[in-house]
Design a protein around this ligand. Structure first.
Ligand SMILES: C[S@@+](CC[C@H](N)C(=O)[O-])C[C@H]1O[C@@H](n2cnc3c(N)ncnc32)[C@H](O)[C@@H]1O
Length: 266
């Protein structure tokens, strides 16, 4: 049985083997999320200095840039960084880790972790984020969570847990539930106010095959035995096509957004 830390590192780096698939099939984030960031910042994103940490293939980076922000992407993985360079040429990108940011003090209005904070050690990543933020700056962490109040999503979650066993249970919880280290992230000072949280429901319609490709881009599948992963996807395809004979599903998400602030007098 792999050591938990080795297993975690393997999962955290697994995306690099599937970066093109990740970029093509993973969901983006709804406009309301960016409105909430602007409200927290007290200014438009246009012209704001943003450090997007764990930027991956650049899904959030691209949206932040579309809002006019000056975004610096920080990404540890070579495969993901290569995909970001390919799809967003000209975007400043630094290879680096959220636990030890290669960025100067007090240089960002906004630090973002889109679906990436759970891969960090919060004891190191939180002080680093606040160091890089200017006084009054905003730290935003968010996750697209599959909305299991919809029966087909809850049923799929059960099938994931049944197929992948106890190890899959943890991965399944990660895919379906709130990221593990966020809810319990220690309240490391300096945090000026209690966190502001938003839950933003949204959905997208796509083919069953594209939905399965999205599922297969999660670390659960990327580190699983290939035959076991393939077996799940074959069965799941049959189950979903019998449920949705027109070959389309509505993926339903709730974005869990957590906002905290660097005190103005730190
Ligand atoms: C689920 S992806 C999210 C990518 C992107 N932010 C998005 O919204 O699609 C998680 C990303 O976190 C990165 N990551 C893993 N460990 C990290 C760490 N310690 N610090 C920063 N990023 C990390 C991975 O390489 C991967 O690109």
């Amino acid at each position: 049985m792999p050591h938990p830390l080795a297993d975690r590192t393997r999962r955290a780096t697994s995306f690099n083997t599937a970066s093109a698939r990740y970029a093509k099939y993973r969901p983006s984030y709804p406009p309301t999320l960016y409105a909430a960031l602007e409200e927290a910042l007290g200014r438009p994103l246009a012209g704001a200095r943003v450090a997007d940490i764990g930027a991956g293939t650049g899904i959030a980076t691209a949206q932040l840039r579309e809002h006019g922000a000056h975004v610096l992407a920080v990404e540890p993985g070579e495969g993901m960084a290569a995909e970001l360079r390919r799809t967003l040429p000209g975007t400043p990108l630094v290879r680096g880790d959220g636990n030890a940011l290669p960025l100067a003090d007090a240089t960002a209005d906004l630090v973002t972790f889109a679906q990436s904070f759970h891969w960090t050690d919060p004891h190191r990543a939180l002080p680093e984020a606040y160091r890089v933020l200017r006084p009054g700056g905003v730290l935003a962490r968010w996750w697209n969570i599959s909305d299991s109040s919809h029966t087909w999503i809850a049923d799929q979650s059960d099938r994931l847990l049944a197929h992948f066993g106890p190890e899959g249970a943890a991965h399944g919880a990660h895919i379906q539930g709130r990221a593990d280290n966020a809810a319990d992230a220690p309240a490391i000072e300096p945090v000026a106010d209690a966190p502001l949280t938003h839950r933003i429901a949204w959905s997208r319609q796509l083919t069953v095959d594209d939905h399965l490709a999205n599922l297969a881009s999660h670390s659960l599948f990327l580190v699983a035995d290939a035959a076991q992963a393939e077996d799940f996807l074959t069965r799941e395809r049959a189950a979903l096509l019998s449920l949705f004979p027109d070959g389309h599903v509505d993926e339903r998400y709730v974005v869990d957004l957590v906002l905290t602030f660097r005190p103005t007098s730190a």
